[in-house]
Design a protein around this ligand. Structure first.
Ligand code: ANZ
Ligand code: ZN
Length: 845
C-alpha cells in the first residue's frame, strides 16, 4: 500500500465509470444543461500532447459542472476529411478511408487512456456517410434559401500536375509537389454567401462578452468594415479606350483628394484588360501578376510595381490637374472597385509606389496643424488638420471627409459606401476525400440540385490516386448519372466541400448524432448554444466565423430554432505545449528521449556526445521536440499528465513540458497518497467540529471553486499543493480525515482516477464521478469571506459566500449556480443581475 499504482488503478476506474454510465448525456429539462466542447481533432494518426492539454481543460470543466448539478454534454468526434488522407493514399497506397479509420481507432484508444468524461455514444466522424449525408441536406436547403451561389473565381493551378492547389500547397509561388510556377485560372466554383451576413456577423461580436478580446478583434478585422466614398472621375479624352469615360474608385480617405498624385487599377480590371495589347509591356506585366503568389502575406510584402498606361484622370475639384493612370500589382480586383487614387503622403503603399516612379508626394494632412508640414521617409496615416487642399484648408480631417463626400454627392460623382474585406466563402475543392456536393450537370437543364430522396451521394470507393488531379473526375461510373428533372444523361459534380464546412456544424450534430435529419430541434433547443468552447487560437478566425455563419444559416433554414444565433457563448483559447529543442554538432535535431539533461547542459544518452540546448518552442515533429502522451501515461499515469499540464502556467499561456516537472507532479500525487493512507487509519469523524485541518480544507476548496469558475486551473492546483502541506503539518486533530476527504474531492476534476482511489480508501462508497461538489461551511471561512444576500425579484431568498476580492464574473457564476436561484430561473437567464460589491445581489427573474 505504500505507492499509488496508476497502471493498476486507472483502467479499473474507467470501467467503473462506464458501468455506471456517468458520462452519458441525456436530455433532462428538469436540470440546467451545460455543453462543454473542445475543438475536435484531425485524425492525423496519434494524439499530440497539445491535444491532451486542451482535452484535460475541457474535462475539468465537464467534471466540475457535473458535480455542480448541471446536466453536462461533453462529446468527441473527428474532423476526418482532408488532404493528409489523400497524400497518404498517394504516397503509401492506402485508401484514404482505411488510413483515416485506422487513425481514429488508434487515437480513440489514446484519448480513452486519459480518463476523459466523454459521452462516447455520441462520437461522430465527418467522413462517415451518416454525417456527410446530413451535410448534403443542409447544402440543398442553403441552396434553396439563396445562401449558396455558383460563380467564376480564380484558383491556383499547377500546370504540371494539372490540379488545383490550396493556398498552403503553393510554396514561393510554386506547386508543392511539382515545383512548377503556379498559374491563376478561372474556374466556376461554389460559394456560401457569407458576405450577405457581414454586417450581422460584425455587430453580433459585441454580444460575445465571454470571448477573448483578442479573438473578437480578429473576427472584426477579418470582416473588415470600411466606410468611404465610391466615386467616378473622368478620364481625359484619349484614343486608346474611347469607350471608357470614367474610372470608379473606392477610398476611405476622401479628405486626402488634393494629395492624390496618380491612379491605379488592378491588373485584371476591365480597363487594364482593354489596354493589354495597346500599352507596351502591359500584357507581360499582367501575366507576371497572374503568377504572383496569392497569399495575403506575399501580396503585402511584394515590391509595388506598375505600368503607366498613358491615360489620365481629371482631378474632380481642379480640372487643370491630371493624374496619370497605372496598372499596379498592389491593387486587388476583388476589393472595392479594383481601382484607387494614390495619396503617397498618407498611404504607405502609395508612398512606395510614388518613390519608385518619382511621383509627387504632397502632404495634405498635418498631424500637428503646421501648414509647412513635410513628409519624411514614410507615409503618415491618420488624422490632423488639412493643408494644401484648397477649400478644405484648416478643417480637421473628419470634417473634410464629410465636406468632400457632400460635394461628391451634390455633383453626382458618387456616394457614401460601406465595404467589407470579407469575401464569400469558396467551398469547392477539386479533391476526393471530402463531402460530395449534391448536384448534377445535365446537358439540357444545366446545374440541377439533387432531391433529398436521392441523397446521400456517397463517395465511390474504387478510385485511383496514380495520376494527378481529382480522382472523382476519372471515376466514370460514379460520375455518370441521370438528371432528376428531365431523366436525361447527366454527370455528377466532382467538387467536394471544403473541410471547414464539416467543422462548421458538428457542435449541433452532437446534440442528436444519429438523427435522420441534420438536427433534432428538441435536442438543439435544449443543448445549444455551447456553453464553453475550448480550442487553439489558430482557429480564431475562419473556423469560428464559419460556425457563426452556419448557426445563422441553419436558423434561417429551420434546422436550429434558437433565439440565440451564436453557437458558442463562451470561448477559451488555450496556450500550447512547448519543449526545449536539442541539436547535435552536425545540426541534427534530437528528441527529448535521446538526450540526458543535466543542470548545466545535455548529452546524447547513448554516445555521450554533447548536445546544444535551444529555446523552448511549440512541440513539432520537424524539431523533434515532442513527447508522446502514451509514453507519459504508460510511465506515470494519466492523472499525473493531466495534473502537470494544468499546473505550471495559466491555461491561456504556453506551458513548457519538462521531465522534471512531470516527475514533480508524480511525486506530489504519491505524497497525497501517503497522506490518504495515514488519514484512513484515523477514526472517521465526519461530524468532527472544528480544527485547523477542516478550516484549511474549507478555505482551500472555496478558493478552488472560484479558480475553476474563472479558468485559473493553475491557481487551483497551487492551492491544492498548499493544502497538502497544511494537512501534512497538522497532528492531533480529529478533523484530518474529513479534511483529507474534502481535498481528494476537490482534486477530482484534475486527477479523477486517483481521487476515486483515495476516496474509496477513505471509506467513500459512492463514485466521485457521480457525486456533488463538496459543500463549503461558512463557519470555517471566518474573516476571509463576505456573505452576499441574494434577492430574487426584491425578496431575499438565498445567500452566497465569496472572497472579498471576488470579481463580478465569479460572483455572477456563483449566483447562477445557487440552487435557490436556479430553481427560480427554471433554466432561463435572469432578466437582470445586479451585483453591489460586498453588499447584495439582486436577481430579476
Ligand atoms: C485614398 C487613400 C488615401 C486611401 C490615404 C488610404 C489612405 P481599407 O481600410 O482596407 O478599406 N484601396 C481601395 N481599394 C483597393 C484595392 N482594390 N486594392 C488595394 N487598395 C485599395 O482600405 C481602403 C483604402 O485602400 C482606400 O482608401 C484605397 O486607398 C485603398 F491616405 O484611398 B485609399
Ligand atoms: Zn435535365
Amino acid at each position: 500500500m505504500s505507492r499509488y499504482n496508476a497502471r493498476e488503478s486507472e483502467p479499473r476506474w474507467r470501467e467503473a465509470w462506464a458501468a455506471a454510465g456517468v458520462d452519458k448525456a441525456v436530455e433532462d429539462r428538469s436540470r440546467p444543461k451545460y455543453y462543454v466542447l473542445e475543438m475536435f481533432p484531425y485524425p492525423s494518426g496519434r494524439i499530440h500532447i497539445g491535444h491532451t492539454r486542451n482535452y484535460a481543460m475541457g474535462d475539468v470543466v465537464a467534471r466540475y459542472k457535473r458535480a455542480r448539478g448541471f446536466n453536462v454534454l461533453h462529446p468527441m468526434g473527428w474532423d476526418a476529411f482532408g488532404m493528409p488522407a489523400e497524400n497518404a493514399a498517394i504516397e503509401r497506397k492506402i485508401h484514404p478511408a482505411a488510413w483515416t479509420y485506422d487513425n481514429i481507432a488508434a487515437m480513440r484508444d489514446q484519448l480513452k487512456l486519459m480518463g476523459l468524461s466523454i459521452d462516447w455514444d455520441r462520437e461522430i466522424a465527418t467522413c462517415d456517410p451518416a454525417y456527410y449525408a446530413q451535410q448534403q441536406r443542409l447544402f440543398l436547403d442553403f441552396l434553396d434559401a439563396g445562401l449558396v451561389k455558383r460563380r467564376k473565381s480564380t484558383v491556383n493551378w499547377d500546370p504540371v500536375d494539372h490540379t488545383v492547389l490550396a493556398n498552403e500547397q503553393v510554396i514561393d509561388g510554386c506547386g508543392w509537389r511539382s515545383g512548377a510556377p503556379v498559374e491563376k485560372r478561372e474556374l466556376t466554383q461554389w460559394f456560401f454567401s457569407i458576405t450577405d451576413m457581414a454586417e450581422e456577423l460584425l455587430s453580433a461580436i459585441e454580444g460575445l462578452d465571454d470571448w477573448p478580446e483578442k479573438v473578437r478583434a480578429m473576427q472584426s478585422n477579418w470582416i473588415g468594415r470600411s466606410e468611404g466614398a465610391e466615386v467616378s472621375f473622368r478620364l481625359a479624352p484619349n484614343d486608346l479606350v474611347p469607350d471608357h469615360e470614367t474610372i470608379t474608385f473606392f477610398s476611405t480617405r476622401p479628405d486626402t483628394i488634393f494629395g492624390a498624385s496618380f491612379c491605379a487599377v488592378a491588373p485584371d480590371h476591365p480597363l487594364a484588360l482593354a489596354l493589354s495589347n495597346k500599352v507596351e509591356g502591359l500584357a507581360e506585366f499582367q501575366e507576371e501578376c497572374r503568377r504572383m503568389d496569392t497569399t495575403e502575406e506575399a501580396f503585402e510584402t511584394a515590391e509595388k510595381k506598375g505600368v503607366r498606361t498613358g491615360l489620365e484622370i481629371i482631378h474632380p475639384f481642379d480640372s487643370d490637374r491630371r493624374l496619370p493612370v497605372y496598372v499596379a500589382n498592389f491593387v486587388l480586383m476583388s476589393y472595392g472597385t479594383g481601382a484607387i487614387y494614390g495619396v503617397p503622403a498618407h498611404d504607405q503603399r502609395d508612398f512606395d509606389f510614388a518613390t519608385k516612379y518619382e511621383l509627387p508626394i504632397i502632404p495634405v494632412v498635418s498631424p500637428d496643424g503646421d501648414p509647412e508640414y513635410r513628409i519624411g521617409d514614410a507615409a503618415v496615416p491618420g488624422a490632423g488638420v488639412m493643408i494644401n487642399s484648397d477649400f478644405l484648408n484648416g478643417m480637421d480631417s473628419d470634417a473634410a471627409k464629410s465636406e468632400v463626400m457632400n460635394r461628391y454627392e451634390g455633383a453626382g460623382l458618387g456616394r457614401r459606401k460601406t465595404n467589407y474585406r470579407l469575401r464569400d466563402w469558396g467551398v469547392s475543392r477539386q479533391r476526393y476525400w471530402g463531402c460530395p456536393i449534391p448536384v448534377v450537370h445535365c446537358e439540357t437543364c444545366g446545374v440541377v440540385p439533387l432531391r433529398k430522396q436521392d441523397l446521400p451521394v456517397l463517395l465511390p470507393d474504387d478510385v485511383s490516386f496514380d495520376e494527378p488531379g481529382n480522382p472523382l473526375d476519372r471515376a466514370t461510373d460514379w460520375k455518370t448519372t441521370t438528371c432528376p428533372t428531365c431523366g436525361g444523361a447527366a454527370t455528377r459534380e466532382t467538387d467536394t466541400m471544403d473541410t471547414f464546412v464539416d467543422s462548421s456544424w458538428y457542435f449541433a450534430r452532437f446534440c442528436s448524432p444519429r438523427d435522420s435529419e441534420p438536427t433534432n430541434r428538441d435536442a438543439v433547443d435544449y443543448w445549444l448554444p455551447v456553453d464553453q468552447y475550448i480550442g487553439g487560437v489558430e482557429h480564431a478566425i475562419l473556423h469560428l466565423l464559419y460556425s457563426r455563419f452556419f448557426a445563422r444559416a441553419m436558423n434561417d433554414t429551420g434546422h436550429l430554432d434558437s433565439t440565440a444565433r451564436e453557437p458558442f457563448s463562451s470561448l477559451f483559447t488555450q496556450g500550447m505545449v512547448c519543449h526545449e529543442t536539442y541539436q547535435t554538432a552536425d545540426g541534427k535535431w534530437r528528441a527529448p528521449e535521446e538526450v540526458l539533461r543535466t543542470a548545466d547542459g545535455a548529452t546524447l544518452r547513448d554516445s555521450g556526445e554533447p548536445v546544444s540546448v535551444g529555446a523552448s518552442t511549440k512541440m513539432s515533429k520537424s524539431k523533434k521536440n515532442v513527447v508522446d502522451p502514451e509514453d507519459i501515461i504508460e510511465q506515470f499515469g494519466a492523472d499525473t499528465a493531466r495534473w502537470f499540464m494544468l499546473s505550471d502556467s495559466p491555461p491561456e499561456r504556453d506551458v513548457e513540458w519538462t521531465a522534471s516537472g512531470v516527475e514533480g507532479a508524480w511525486k506530489h500525487l504519491q505524497r497525497v497518497w501517503r497522506l490518504v493512507v495515514d488519514a484512513a487509519q484515523l477514526p472517521d469523524a465526519d461530524d468532527a467540529t472544528d480544527g485547523p485541518a477542516i478550516r484549511a480544507a474549507h478555505r482551500a476548496v472555496h478558493a478552488i471553486t472560484e479558480d475553476i469558475e474563472a479558468f485559473r486551473f493553475n491557481k487551483a492546483i497551487a492551492r491544492l499543493y498548499e493544502l497538502t502541506s497544511q494537512l501534512a503539518g497538522v497532528t492531533d486533530d480529529s478533523t484530518v480525515r474529513t479534511a483529507t476527504k474534502m481535498m481528494v474531492r476537490a482534486m477530482f476534476p484534475f486527477t479523477p482516477h486517483f481521487s476515486e482511489e483515495c476516496w474509496r480508501l477513505l471509506g467513500g462508497d459512492t463514485l466521485l464521478a457521480a457525486s456533488p461538489w463538496p459543500e463549503i461551511d461558512a463557519r470555517f471561512l471566518a474573516d476571509d469571506v463576505v456573505t452576499l444576500p441574494i434577492q430574487i425579484n426584491g425578496k431575499k431568498r438565498s445567500e452566497i459566500k465569496v472572497s472579498p476580492d471576488a470579481d463580478q464574473k465569479q460572483i455572477e457564476a456563483l449566483v447562477l449556480q445557487d440552487p435557490v436561484v436556479m430553481k427560480h430561473l427554471d433554466g432561463a437567464a435572469p432578466r437582470k443581475l445586479i451585483i453591489v460589491p460586498k453588499r447584495i445581489v439582486n436577481v430579476v427573474a
